[in-house]
Design a protein around this ligand. Structure first.
Ligand SMILES: *[C@@H]1O[C@H](CO)[C@@H](O)[C@H](O)[C@H]1NC(C)=O
Ligand SMILES: *[C@@H]1O[C@H](CO)[C@@H](O)[C@H](O)[C@H]1NC(C)=O
Ligand SMILES: *[C@@H]1O[C@H](CO)[C@@H](O)[C@H](O)[C@H]1NC(C)=O
Ligand SMILES: *[C@@H]1O[C@H](CO)[C@@H](O)[C@H](O)[C@H]1NC(C)=O
Ligand SMILES: *[C@@H]1O[C@H](CO)[C@@H](O)[C@H](O)[C@H]1NC(C)=O
Ligand SMILES: *[C@@H]1O[C@H](CO)[C@@H](O)[C@H](O)[C@H]1NC(C)=O
Ligand SMILES: *[C@@H]1O[C@H](CO)[C@@H](O)[C@H](O)[C@H]1NC(C)=O
Ligand SMILES: *[C@@H]1O[C@H](CO)[C@@H](O)[C@H](O)[C@H]1NC(C)=O
Ligand SMILES: *[C@@H]1O[C@H](CO)[C@@H](O)[C@H](O)[C@H]1NC(C)=O
Ligand SMILES: *[C@@H]1O[C@H](CO)[C@@H](O)[C@H](O)[C@H]1NC(C)=O
Ligand SMILES: *[C@@H]1O[C@H](CO)[C@@H](O)[C@H](O)[C@H]1NC(C)=O
Ligand SMILES: *[C@@H]1O[C@H](CO)[C@@H](O)[C@H](O)[C@H]1NC(C)=O
Length: 544
């Protein structure tokens, strides 16, 4: 019923004229340009090799037989007619990127670069499909190596340099040139869309390559990268391995701790819906889980004093040498206990072995604060991505939109608040001043980049924009990429981001609820009387 009421509000906004794609040049012989461009490329792109171009018609299911299995991207349905250009580009005598440009037949005049994830190593074909469907000349690169692994960094700082910043920037320079070459006129505005490592790449551009983009959408950024890696790794020290007395098996994080967190914190916002609207307000205390008479393993389970102490520790900030290194994990994320398995998570493991110690046999089980201090201080190629001075980007009227799921179990969303505060302090600007070029939205109930119990569909990728061409939601009120286009091209900045939760995350099953996510530092606040599934029952309140 509710779904039937909400759905009309969410219907595809393809009619939104100023951002809809239009054919740039009807006379362009798209097919023949596509076949001839590959022969031109070696003379215009330095260090290009193995260049191919291929006309791909809408509906084609492209397969990538050579894609690394850890990229988990064996195929992609292309939703619009494109010319797909693929090449290798050397970045040094012992490094290079694999680069793709997807030029849509129906070009909007806009340029878009996609980003990467984790320690990848992976072209995000789903984002290439999304961008080109929306009419952007869209590029992506493999970040200098193949696969979601740190192994190629071993004793090769050039590959690390590509990962830290050079792959993305190189792809942008080449991509803009090829866009001009292909269509015969330069792009009008350039955009960036990425999340996680892709979010970090977006911030890197704002900080160090402020000319690259007019508008940047950076989700869940892996900013303060070195401390983030250390934080991910330090949980092993907190939880102990599977033989430690304090260790709690992942199954019990899910069956015991998560429900207890929700009991204590779900209704702080006034609504029992599994969404902790602002997890900063959750002061979780696991002591109620401790075994006692009348509370034992047979009736629902319980934990020992040592386990309860460990659980408390998990939700504490991470300090190194007495200083905050990284903010706490937010409660509400423990149903995805990826860091509490008793083994070190893959990214800090790889980083210690292939970057910090240059020794694949380094035993990560012995990792101590000393290793995390080394990790923090090494900071190859300024990969920390933590500069708070965005003045060059601001002065050339660039726009930055960041968002972060409040139920993110991979990168604590507090880190995005911290970066916002850092920029505010560095540039001596309050949030009203920052509004001019930098806005941050907290997406309640969203996991890492997408998914979750909250209203997480915000157009951050194809899955978050309805999932398919039949359901595409391009309304700038509820699509962060289109919100950025409107901000850059019409000067209309987003004040909130309308998210949608579909029943079983399936658009055909209708909307379960919608919620307007607030611009930081405002907090989304329930009015206490209205239907909590309606966005009108919530408002963005100033809480400081
Ligand atoms: C372009 O190529 C496609 C696929 O080969 C073909 O279907 C289409 O007719 C061609 N268009 C023109 C204008 O040649
Ligand atoms: C070009 O492709 C060939 C065959 O796939 C491959 O052996 C070669 O390494 C590639 N060259 C570069 C520079 O990537
Ligand atoms: C695309 O092709 C791959 C490999 O053949 C297949 O596994 C996948 O299901 C196909 N995708 C769709 C949407 O048909
Ligand atoms: C091309 O490769 C050379 C070395 O192989 C490198 O020095 C140069 O920076 C590369 N040029 C570009 C534009 O990447
Ligand atoms: C760029 O914008 C101008 C002005 O809006 C427009 O006339 C032109 O066609 C656009 N160029 C492209 C390549 O879309
Ligand atoms: C990497 O470099 C270290 C010294 O920095 C050396 O001990 C090690 O053997 C090298 N490993 C490989 C695989 O080249
Ligand atoms: C592309 O780059 C090449 C080499 O730097 C340059 O000669 C050419 O003018 C550029 N083309 C465009 C359209 O920017
Ligand atoms: C678990 O940790 C203990 C104590 O630190 C250590 O002695 C043991 O070797 C570890 N076990 C594994 C499988 O790593
Ligand atoms: C566990 O609790 C139940 C009821 O709360 C009780 O009947 C049972 O004896 C307890 N078992 C142990 C081992 O304490
Ligand atoms: C964590 O590592 C430190 C050394 O950095 C060590 O003193 C401490 O005992 C470790 N804590 C646990 C719970 O293993
Ligand atoms: C890192 O950034 C600082 C200041 O932003 C700069 O001075 C330094 O040269 C950079 N280092 C590298 C390796 O890029
Ligand atoms: C949602 O999916 C679950 C199984 O994944 C199913 O049990 C449930 O009936 C579905 N709900 C609706 C409303 O379709």
């Amino acid at each position: 019923m509710l779904a039937a009421r909400l759905l009309p509000l969410l219907i595809v906004a393809l009619g939104f004229t100023s951002v809809s794609a239009q054919s740039y040049n009807n006379n362009l012989d798209f097919n023949s340009t596509c076949s001839s461009i590959s022969s031109q490329i070696p003379s215009i792109v330095p260090n290009a090799s193995n260049v191919t171009s291929q006309l791909v018609l809408a509906g084609t299911n492209l397969t990538f037989p050579n894609s690394a299995p850890s990229c988990n991207r064996p195929s992609q349905v292309v939703e619009a007619d494109i010319c797909r250009v693929v090449m290798n580009v050397g970045t040094s005598d012992r490094s290079g990127i694999r680069f793709e440009a997807w030029f849509p037949r129906e070009w909007s005049g806009r340029f878009l670069s996609t980003g990467n994830g984790g320690l990848g190593g992976c072209i995000q074909y789903e984002d290439m499909a999304y961008g080109s469907l929306l009419g952007f000349a869209t590029v992506g690169a493999n970040n200098g190596h193949d696969g979601d692994t740190g192994a190629p960094f071993l004793n090769n700082s050039e590959v690390l340099k590509d990962y830290a910043f050079r792959s993305l920037h190189t792809g942008v320079v080449i991509g803009k040139n090829l866009t001009h070459t292909f269509y015969g006129s330069p792009h009008n505005k350039s955009y960036y869309l990425g999340c996680s490592t892709g979010g970090r790449e977006g911030l890197k551009s704002v900080q160090d390559f402020p000319e690259d983009f007019d508008g940047i959408v950076a989700g869940a950024p892996a900013a303060d990268f070195n401390n983030l890696i250390a934080w991910m790794g330090h949980f092993l020290n907190v939880t102990g391995n599977a033989t430690a007395e304090r260790f709690l098996p992942p199954a019990q994080w899910i069956s015991l701790v998560h429900p207890d967190v929700l009991d204590q914190c779900d209704e702080i916002d006034g609504v029992k819906d599994g969404v902790i609207e602002d997890p900063n307000l959750c002061k979780y205390d696991p002591s109620g889980l401790v075994c006692s008479e009348g509370k034992n393993q047979t009736d629902g389970g319980c934990v020992t004093e040592a386990q309860a102490e460990m659980i408390k520790q998990v939700f504490e900030p991470f300090f190194l040498q007495g200083e905050l290194a990284f903010p706490r994990m937010q409660p509400g994320t423990e149903n995805l206990p990826i860091f509490y398995t008793g083994q070190m998570f893959m990214y800090p493991r790889d980083w210690l072995q292939f970057v910090v110690h240059s020794d694949p046999s380094f035993d990560v089980n012995t990792a101590s604060d000393q290793d995390w201090i080394l990790t923090r201080d090494l900071d190859p190629f300024n990969i920390s991505t933590w500069s708070g001075d965005l003045s060059v980007f601001r002065d050339r009227e660039g726009k930055l939109l960041t968002y972060h799921g409040q139920a993110d179990d991979v990168i604590t969303p507090i880190n995005s608040e911290r970066y916002y505060e850092r920029v505010s302090e560095t540039m001596n600007l309050d949030s009203t001043d920052l509004d001019e070029f930098y806005r941050f939205f907290r997406i309640s109930g969203m996991l890492h980049c997408s998914g979750g119990v909250g209203a997480w569909e915000i157009g951050q990728n194809l899955a978050g924009a309805g999932g398919s061409i039949d359901h595409l939601n391009l309304d700038p009120e509820s699509n962060v990429l289109m919100a950025m286009v409107r901000w850059v091209e019409e000067g209309v900045a987003p004040n909130a981001v309308l998210g949608t939760k579909f029943v079983n995350d399936t658009v055909d099953e209708g909307a379960q609820f919608a919620r307007k996510h607030c611009k930081y530092p405002l907090r989304n606040t329930y009015d206490g009387v209205g239907d909590p599934n309606l966005k009108e029952s919530w408002s963005c309140e100033c809480v400081v």
